[in-house]
Design a protein around this ligand. Structure first.
Ligand SMILES: [Zn+2]
Length: 270
């Protein structure tokens, strides 16, 4: 990826810099002839007084990238609009989507860690690393990440797919869940599958990982084999689950997610 992350900002904000500005999880984009782009520094002429909690992200093809939060009412210019980041999949270059995700995580963390969780005093940005420190009690907070596992469970030439009640669209996907304190990733994989569909699994192996900035997950993906039991959905999170052969798939998740990468891997290898 041509993006080079960096904590130390440049001395100035060149006209070519890219600005990833968020308002309640929605990204500011520039619209022109039905194409979307990330605004450059000229956008600040329209909204500089409303820009708060700025973070330097690094460079994309040598263009500095900044994240910030928008604290105004609106931008009075039809060329600009705030859009849901997930709705921009396929409309923005993939590199820009992932930088926007990084920006969203930092802006969200910065907004939700303004006060010390221990003593309640206002925190300050550390100058030597990406962290916030409480000037009163010294508590340091780094940007929060919430690790979650996601797993493709295989049974001969079929894959376990489930329908989560939180999915807005009626698709089936591989199962996932957040890691709990004290757990290894492998223990988490076994627990989630046992809790959500009541089966046992074995041969858990690493597949890959992906940041998932809604708002701060890190997805860690695995493949595993069926080891015993009958599917019995928990009814609260997973409302339906079954074994699917690749020629008999339900609707599956969109291309960009690691869930889809797991499913595509299964299709190519079975
Ligand atoms: Zn404190």
């Amino acid at each position: 990826m041509p993006f080079k992350p960096n904590f130390n900002p440049p001395a100035d904000e060149p006209a070519s810099a890219l600005w990833f500005i968020f308002d309640k999880g929605r990204l500011l984009i520039k619209l022109k002839n039905d194409t979307c782009s990330i605004p450059d520094t000229s956008v600040l002429k329209k909204c500089k007084s409303a820009i708060i909690r700025k973070h330097y992200l690094g460079t994309l093809h040598d263009r500095p990238c900044f994240a910030a939060e928008f604290a105004g009412d609106s931008i009075q210019d039809a060329q600009f609009a705030f859009k849901d980041l997930r709705g921009l999949f396929g409309m923005l270059e993939e590199d820009l989507i992932w930088i926007a995700g990084r920006a969203n995580q930092l802006v969200n963390w910065s907004q939700t860690h303004r006060y010390c969780g221990r003593c309640g005093k206002r925190t300050e940005d550390k100058t030597d690393e990406r962290a916030k420190i409480c000037p009163e009690c010294g508590l340091v907070n780094y940007p929060r990440l919430s690790p979650a596992i996601i797993v493709a469970v295989l049974k001969n030439d079929r894959i376990l797919l489930g329908r989560n009640k939180r999915f807005k669209l009626p698709f089936y996907s591989v199962l996932a869940g957040f890691v709990e304190p004290g757990e290894t990733l492998e223990e988490c994989v076994k627990r989630e599958i046992r809790e959500e569909v009541g089966i046992k699994i074995k041969n858990i192996r690493y597949f890959g990982s992906q940041p998932w900035p809604f708002p701060d997950s890190l997805m860690i993906a695995f493949v595993a084999d069926y080891a015993g039991g009958e599917i019995c959905t928990d009814g609260s999170e997973i409302i339906d689950a079954a074994w699917f052969a690749k020629d008999n798939f339900p609707q599956i998740p969109p291309k960009i997610s690691i869930a889809r990468q797991l499913i595509d891997w299964f299709v190519q290898n079975h």
